[in-house]
Design a protein around this ligand. Structure first.
Ligand code: AMP
Length: 279
């Protein structure tokens, strides 16, 4: 497996490459959700590049950047076993050689980036869009693989690529779950044993709301009931909302392509999830 740590080596490899390249950007601590994206990428591109970089620019001052799980050796092992041939592992000096205070950034559209996670994590999506632009310019892939676990991120990046005329096709990967329904997430490692037992209730609540979101359903009533169920189980919900899957506009009545979105804290761990409605 080739592991690039610098831009020159990566670019040289890219220049000599034949066939389509798919980039799978990650922050490491790889789980089956990430590996599903790598497999999906391999079905659409001759070459797959996985990047592993915990991007400080997308973390707020009170967030878990310092504690974010970093397991590079284990990640490389998993990627090797999955048949991945190329990995990019830049460090902060490479990504932000002039620091992060006074640099050019990429500002995503307000309508998509100030709602849901953008409301409680100001600046988060500026950090995401900026680092993705840098990775795209470094690796020049034709395909960018993003998971639907971070559905808001997916929509923002699709719009950003279109707004900036970047010739990159986004390949969305379905959200992967543990057998009990909990969405795979690097942050699941923060959950205590007791919290891990409770955590699948977030997905269960969303699936229940999605099933009940048939035409004419009382959306605010459903949201209030779901919120209460989460609180009673020990979650501190941040949002629980039905939104349009394209514009992310809030909905008061179900419509095709609508999704329930949730973020909730369980102890110290912030979990997010989303489920498309079935009605
Ligand atoms: P992260 O390492 O959390 O930044 O995630 C890297 C990529 O993996 C993003 O495109 C995520 O949406 C995707 N991803 C994370 N968890 C999952 C999951 N459970 N199912 C599908 N994709 C995921």
């Amino acid at each position: 497996m080739a592991i690039f740590k610098d831009i020159a080596g990566l670019r040289q490899w890219r220049q000599n490459l034949r066939g389509t390249l798919a980039l799978v950007p990650t922050m490491g601590n790889l789980h089956d959700g990430h590996l599903a994206l790598v497999k999906l990428a391999a079905t659409r591109a001759e070459q797959v590049l996985v990047s592993i970089y915990v991007n400080p620019l997308q973390f707020g001052p009170q967030e878990d950047f310092a504690n974010y799980p970093r397991t590079l050796d284990q990640d490389l092992q998993r990627l090797q076993e999955a048949g991945c041939q190329t990995v990019f592992t830049p460090d902060d000096g490479l990504m932000y050689p002039r620091g992060r205070q006074d640099i050019s950034v990429v500002m995503p559209p307000r309508s998509l980036s100030t709602v849901l996670c953008g409301a409680s994590r100001p600046g988060h999506f500026v950090g995401v869009c900026t680092v993705l632009n840098k990775l795209l310019h470094m690796a020049s892939p034709e395909i960018l693989v993003l998971g639907e676990k971070d559905y808001q991120q997916l929509r923002i990046v699709q719009q950003m690529l279109s707004d900036l005329n970047l010739n990159v096709q986004v390949l969305p990967g379905p959200l992967q779950r543990e057998p009990d329904g909990l969405a795979y997430s690097s942050r699941n490692t923060f959950l205590s044993l007791a919290e891990r037992q409770v955590a699948p209730l977030l997905a269960a609540t969303l699936f229940d709301l999605a099933r009940r979101s048939i035409s004419g359903a009382d959306v605010p009533g459903l949201a209030a009931a779901g919120w209460e169920r989460l609180e009673q189980a020990g979650f501190l919900p941040d949002y629980l909302e039905l939104r349009d899957g394209q514009s992310l506009r809030a909905l008061t009545t179900p419509q095709p392509d609508a999704r329930w979105f949730a973020a909730a804290r369980l102890g110290q761990t912030r979990l997010i999830d989303n489920v498309i409605i079935s009605g």
